[in-house]
Ligand binder design. Structure first.
Ligand code: HPA
Length: 271
């Protein structure tokens, strides 16, 4: 089905539960979806109930929009996202962000679990910029001019003013917050040690399999983005041990208290 039609279906379903008053969007990554449970007055729209909408089948990911209130503001959350490695063309990964844009969302927090290249497991890393090594781009294909231009500028994808303010808020709250460059690989394999050495040379601080398509879609349609990576493991080859998805979700669970405090701050005082 054509993108515009799928977005229309999604917007209609979300308006029915009052999501059109949301100016704030959240995309919650691997093991981080529990934040949605902290919203008040929650309403749910399953991705599977929206005609044409993809669903995520990854362990640790729910597959629904959660709409609720926090600090007196309406928030629309993607609890679980779709990944390029699940077989979707990246254009489909833009659907959630574009749906939020149509609802009136102005600021978007994108979160993920990532492997650390320059930071150890447990670090919360504010994304300053990204490197797209996924091999493709969500804007390939016909340009949907109602969202943005054919050749969008990506020089401030992760909004500089919001980053500056968030670093101040985190420091005032005693939440350690690193900052660095996120590099996207397609997955689903974790990287080889040689690929991680390459990523380091390229200037990456963390590596993962998501976020970049959504951030590009947001930049295209003028939604301001804040990105947070939770470093769940040392990237391949840094420690002499294999990587596993169980390790990733466990590390995410361990960091959930700090993560929740930081996201609360973002929703109540940054956004
Ligand atoms: N590599 C890629 N994606 C990831 C990793 C990793 O080491 N950890 C969590 N997501």
């Amino acid at each position: 089905m054509e993108q515009e039609r799928i977005i229309e279906h999604a917007v209609r379903a979300l308006r029915e539960v009052g999501a059109d008053s949301a100016k704030i969007g959240l995309i919650l990554g691997s093991g981080l979806g529990g934040y949605a449970e902290t919203l008040e007055n929650k309403r749910y729209v399953e991705y599977a109930s929206i005609e044409g909408f993809p669903v995520s089948g990854v362990v640790g990911h729910k597959s629904r929009f959660v709409i609720g209130e926090k600090a007196g503001k309406t928030v629309v959350v993607m609890q679980g996202r779709f990944h390029f490695y699940e077989g979707y063309p990246q254009a489909l990964l833009a659907l959630g962000v574009r749906t939020m844009k149509r609802l009136g969302v102005e600021k978007l927090l994108i979160t993920n679990a990532a492997g650390g290249i320059n930071f150890p497991a447990g670090t919360l890393m504010l994304i300053s910029d990204h490197i797209n090594l996924s091999g493709t781009n969500p804007l390939i294909g016909e340009n949907l001019a109602s969202f943005g231009p054919r050749f969008p500028d990506l020089s401030n994808v992760y909004d500089r003013a919001l980053r500056t303010k968030l670093k101040e808020l985190a420091a005032a709250d005693g939440i350690p917050l690193a900052e660095g460059v996120y590099l996207m690989m397609s997955g689903p394999c974790y990287e080889t040690p040689a690929e991680i050495r390459m990523a380091r040379v390229l200037g990456a601080d963390a590596v993962g399999m998501s976020t970049v398509p959504e951030a590009i879609a947001a930049a295209h349609c003028g939604v301001r983005v804040v990105g947070i990576s939770l470093i769940t493991n040392a990237a391949a080859g840094i420690l002499d041990q294999p990587l596993s998805h169980a390790e990733v979700t466990e590390a995410a669970n361990n960091a959930s208290e700090r993560f929740t405090r930081l996201v609360d701050r973002i929703v109540s005082d940054l956004f």
